[in-house]
Design a protein around this ligand. Structure first.
Ligand SMILES: [Zn+2]
Length: 396
């Protein structure tokens, strides 16, 4: 048996609550070791690909495999389920299939993708983006964490060779189909009254960095009329994000991270960096929301005597999951509902290359990316049984 309880003590965050487990940090490496041991106990052979993703093969590796899995990293102060539930469920699904004597007729692997949340280096789905070529390796390796450690340095410290990072046609060819089980990050299944559903689509979404520069100065000695305060502009960008997203049906815009420089209570900051996460049903709406916020940022920065630059750090177009696979999965499960996902996933990155599907497990509060994220044990068990059924059908 493998369960989330096995890793409940790894990476707890006493300051934020919940878990902080980030790509290639000490905690995530400990979870990788745990995964490798769990896979090994089942006789699966584990290998790390060129981009730091872990693959546990049931039988010989090969092209066109049935692949399932998720990620082990979290957002800062995240919940216990986002990511690890998909990994644990994959291992448990293998147990169910083996117990009934099933032998896959195709290559079969459980995968753990690296740095899915972008919690350390800022770009979500980093492992799957690198593998598929959705991000250039040079740009990725230059990304740095809040301590200034670059991805290249971090992976080297983890024993990987950054020179090998980049598009991996061989690894991609090995994926025939990918099925990711995930805790639902909304209340769709609660409202429908069912424990398990399938994903229909993923919103177009991205991250943008707004760097606002003004004049650093003394909080007491500088008259209000003399200030060029980038924090005042930043505050208005936050409000503009709320306004812009509210005016577009289904759009979401969030500023969850803001860093004033130098960051002293009695100091007018010289600059403020803030990060915008924006999402909507399609690319045009997402772009329109970001354009409106960017225009507002230029305006409020100018009013404050500041300047602003906006840079796109990552972007993913709307993903519509393979309809044939989605219907097949739903049929195997006796007709479960299909739901859109407001959250991005490695399955969304891979969907542009191979048929992918997602199973969602009911989340009673809908809260995710927070310590309160939850799924009932019975629903998690239903998810494992559903995943096993789907994998059995796909790998027979
Ligand atoms: Zn996730």
């Amino acid at each position: 048996m493998t369960s989330l309880a096995d890793i409940a003590g790894v990476g707890t965050d006493p300051r934020r609550g919940g878990y902080s487990r980030h790509g290639f940090d000490r905690v995530e490496l400990e979870l990788r070791t745990w995964f490798t041991e769990e896979a090994g106990r089942r006789g699966l052979s584990v290998e790390c690909d060129r981009n730091g993703n872990l693959w546990a093969w049931w039988g010989a590796p090969g092209d066109g495999a049935v692949v399932t899995g998720s990620h082990l990293d979290s957002v800062p102060g995240g919940g216990a389920f986002d990511g690890p539930l998909g990994v644990v469920s994959a291992l448990e699904a293998v147990d169910i299939l083996r117990a009934k004597g099933f032998v896959p007729g195709k290559p079969f692997a459980v995968v753990v993708f690296a740095e899915e949340e972008g919690g350390r280096f800022g770009v979500a789905c980093l492992g799957s983006r690198l593998l598929t070529g959705a991000i250039a390796p040079d740009a990725a390796l230059r990304l740095s964490d809040s301590d200034g450690v670059t991805l290249a340095e971090a992976v080297r410290a983890a024993g990987l060779d950054p020179a090998g990072f980049g598009p991996d046609a061989e690894a991609l060819r090995r994926i025939g189909v990918f099925v990711e089980l995930h805790v639902e990050q909304g209340r769709g299944l609660v409202d429908l009254g069912v424990p398990v559903g399938v994903a229909s689509s993923i919103l177009a979404h991205g991250r943008w960095r707004f760097s606002i520069s003004g004049e650093g100065n003394h909080a007491g000695a500088t008259l209000m009329v003399d200030r060029r305060d980038p924090m005042v502009a930043a505050a208005q960008v936050v409000l503009a994000a709320r306004r812009a997203a509210t005016s577009v049906d289904g759009a979401r815009a969030t500023v969850g991270r803001l860093i004033p420089n130098p960051g002293g209570t009695n100091v007018i900051p010289s600059s403020v960096d803030l990060w915008l996460d924006a999402r909507a049903d399609d690319d045009a709406r997402t772009r329109a929301v970001v354009a409106e916020i960017s225009a507002a940022a230029s305006e409020v920065a100018a009013e404050e005597g500041c300047s602003v630059t906006v840079s796109e750090e990552s972007y993913g177009e709307t993903v519509v999951f393979d309809a044939g696979l989605r219907d097949k999965v739903s049929d195997v499960l006796g007709g479960v509902p299909a739901l859109p996902s407001g959250a991005g996933h490695d399955a969304g990155i891979l969907a542009g290359h191979v048929p992918t599907a997602m199973l969602f497990v009911r989340n009673p509060t809908g809260v995710s990316h927070a310590p309160e994220e939850f799924a009932e044990a019975d629903d998690c068990a239903a998810g494992v049984v559903a995943l096993a059924s789907v994998l059995e059908e796909l790998a027979r």
